[in-house]
Design a protein around this ligand. Sequence first.
Ligand code: FES
Length: 208
Amino acid sequence: MSKKTDTTRRAIVGATIGVGLGIGSLSLLAPVISLRPKKEETPETEPPKEGDVFTFAVGDNAGKEITFDDLPLEGPAVLAFPKDPKTGVIKSGEKTNLVLLIRLKPDELSEKVRQYAADGTVAYSAICTHLGCTVGEWDAAKGLLLCPCHKGFFDPRNGAEVVAGPPPRPLPTLPIRAEGNKPVVAGGFTSPPGVLAGTEAAGGSCAV
Ligand code: FES
């Protein structure tokens, strides 16, 4: 088994957000940003919702629905997009819809994670809470999710809490349940995915 997930980080968003903006600049921008028209939601950008299945986000199987058998026990994590099973629309039009599915031993999960997991499988936002890179690597030796941009480490057994590096908060959890042999979405993210306004200028650039 590879120590890292494949090189998805180059294929997936690795956005740089707010690089080089000082605090003063941000506060000047704030009123302008709030006046922008809200981005129109489409079936492809709609956030994950109850009953959505998951599809591979990258690689030869991109677009194929994910079953528990596709998820290697103890990692690495698999990058996925939700899919509305009724319309068949894959929600790949919004970066914050990208999630990590990882299958772990159920008894290793913390209590707070277990309530959102299905048979040891947990889903987290794949977008780093620091500057928005894709958390696309897996440190098998430490059993941690890794954002390669500034070495942010997250613990998937404990709610993707930040273990090391500059991310200011954990990766949001996406509750899931089992439906047959498939993980499906059981509710919305436990907190907003991505970079929160006001935290994006805290570090350097997202180069990956
Ligand atoms: S963008 Fe992830 S650690 Fe900086």
